[in-house]
Design a protein around this ligand. Structure first.
Ligand SMILES: [Fe+2]
Length: 212
């Protein structure tokens, strides 16, 4: 039996058409899956926009929805480039994240900042899921020498990371202003002992906006 190292070297020298075909199938499966995820999240963002308390959060979701529509078009272009029919592949993962987001809306009071915090957390969970798929698709595209697809995937991955970062900054800014407001109204309340959350260059691996 060939060792893993032999198999890898024969794959990269172009002599392993079997693995090449397997990875191509995997690329297509993940592409269909993220296409489904993007479409579902664009629809779900309607609910998040409607449920938002502050204009800041509402506008962030409106912008995110616009960006996601462009990302859907980019995915359709990749389907064309690799000559595959555009198709969705349903995914329990994104369905679950979206139903969690809806539960968060039900579980929080309309018009509260807690509602906005819950919405940001829900959106960021979806964002991290998409980042994971796009990152994997980019790796596969590079291995398979799908250079045009890789260029499009890099653009989307950069946008997803920027969205993730923007949500983190937003969460920190409004949690800080909420703490200040509570302190102004209730000096010496237990909230005053909270430490403000400072902005920093956060990385997705550090967790969610409030999980620091
Ligand atoms: Fe997206």
């Amino acid at each position: 039996m060939a060792s893993l190292a032999d198999r890898i070297s024969s794959f990269f020298s172009g002599n392993d058409s079997h693995t090449d075909e397997g990875l191509r199938d995997l690329f297509i499966t993940e592409l269909k899956s993220v296409y489904y995820a993007e479409k579902r999240s664009v629809d779900a963002l309607d609910d998040l926009i409607e449920a938002s308390t502050t204009n800041e959060v509402k506008n962030a979701f409106i912008h995110h929805q616009d960006v996601s529509r462009t990302q859907i078009e980019r995915l359709e272009e990749i389907f064309r480039i690799i000559s595959i029919e555009t198709e969705e592949r349903s995914s329990d993962a994104i369905d679950g994240l979206i139903s969690d987001a809806k539960l968060s809306i039900n579980d929080t009071e309309q018009g509260s900042l807690t509602r906005d915090a819950a919405l940001i957390i829900a959106a960021q969970k979806i964002e991290h899921y998409e980042i994971a798929i796009y990152g994997s698709l980019l790796t596969l595209a590079n291995v398979l020498n799908f250079s045009q697809s890789a260029e499009l995937l890099v653009q989307t991955l950069d946008e997803e990371k920027a969205t993730d970062h923007a949500l983190t900054i937003l969460a920190k800014s409004f949690v800080n202003s909420q703490s200040k407001e509570e302190e102004d109204h209730h000096p010496g309340s237990h909230h005053a002992t909270r430490h403000p959350i400072h902005s920093s260059d956060s990385d997705v691996t550090l967790g969610g906006p409030l999980g620091i």
